[in-house]
Design a protein around this ligand. Structure first.
Ligand SMILES: Nc1ncnc2c1ncn2[C@@H]1O[C@H](COP(=O)(O)OP(=O)(O)OP(=O)(O)O)[C@@H](O)[C@H]1O
Length: 252
């Protein structure tokens, strides 16, 4: 990645504090009384069983879901208070006849896109980073799953966010796609940004993340990756197919 691109990234990222945060849908309790802190500049991994509330937690931090309790994003003074979000699935109907170019232009600007056909430098840099330059005129619906995922990451990074919220960013990526994305995220993290991401791949979490949060309606456990399994409470039952390799103690 070029220095020009890196220098546009946000420095530094905020911390996110939750105090007794709960989310309900009618009678249903999606999140129950969560208190924790995602510390500033951290690379945080949110894990837990399917349906445990991980995406709901991200949406709550983004302000997309009503909650009880207190949630604060503590932006550093010099921060521009910008968020980037990569949702779990495409945020629009992929059958719409819209090109990669127009999707990125619409993501960056509120102006009608027919006034600005020329690609701004930040879009060119972002699209280069995720190796989609050749696909600019392709319909978004015709991209492969991995290409769509890389387009969404480029979109999340486009406005130089201070906080990056990612819901399973590795979905659909092959090994080289994953390596590209991890490279981008590592640089973003090193430049000071805060990352909160849902990720099932334990090997990746162990290698890259600072802190792990196990969400199953409640925050069942929180620790650095190195301490997570030795200190975990008995009622955490990781799905072994989600928690990948090098956990001999669990795979025995
Ligand atoms: N708007 C809603 N109305 C009713 N139930 C909902 C709503 N949103 C989410 N849920 C339910 O809340 C639970 C948590 O959903 P959520 O998507 O946060 O889980 P998750 O941990 O991200 O799951 P997965 O690992 O499968 O992606 C699920 O049972 C889901 O069906």
């Amino acid at each position: 990645m070029s220095q020009t691109v890196l220098s546009k990234y946000a420095i530094p990222g905020p911390s996110v504090q939750l105090n007794e945060v709960s989310v309900s849908e009618g009678e249903l309790r999606l999140l129950d009384n969560i208190s924790t802190e995602f510390f500033a500049h951290g690379w945080h991994a949110v894990l837990g069983p399917n349906g445990g509330g991980k995406s709901t937690l991200l949406k709550t931090i983004l302000g997309l879901t009503a909650h009880q309790g207190t949630l604060q994003i503590l932006w550093p003074e010099q921060s521009e208070c910008k968020l980037g979000y990569l949702p779990q699935s495409m945020p629009f109907d992929a059958s719409l006849p819209i090109s990669v170019r127009d999707y990125l232009l619409m993501s960056l600007s509120k102006k009608p896109i027919w006034f600005s056909r020329k690609l701004p430098a930040e879009i060119q840099a972002a699209i280069q980073q995720v190796h989609l330059t050749e696909k600019l005129d392709r319909r978004v619906g015709d991209l492969s799953g991995g290409e769509r995922q890389r387009l969404m990451l480029a979109t999340a990074l486009l406005k130089s966010p201070d906080l990056l919220i990612l819901d399973e960013p590795m979905t659909g990526l092959d090994q080289s796609g994953q390596a590209d994305v991890l490279g981008i995220l590592s640089e973003y993290h090193q430049s000071g940004g805060t990352i909160i991401m849902v990720e099932h791949n334990w090997a990746l979490v162990e290698q890259h993340c600072d802190q792990v949060y196990w969400i199953d309606q409640q925050l069942k456990h929180q620790a650095a990756p190195a301490d997570f399994f030795t200190n975990r409470p008995q009622d955490i039952q990781p799905r072994l197919e989600d928690i990948q390799p090098n956990l001999p103690e669990l795979n025995a």
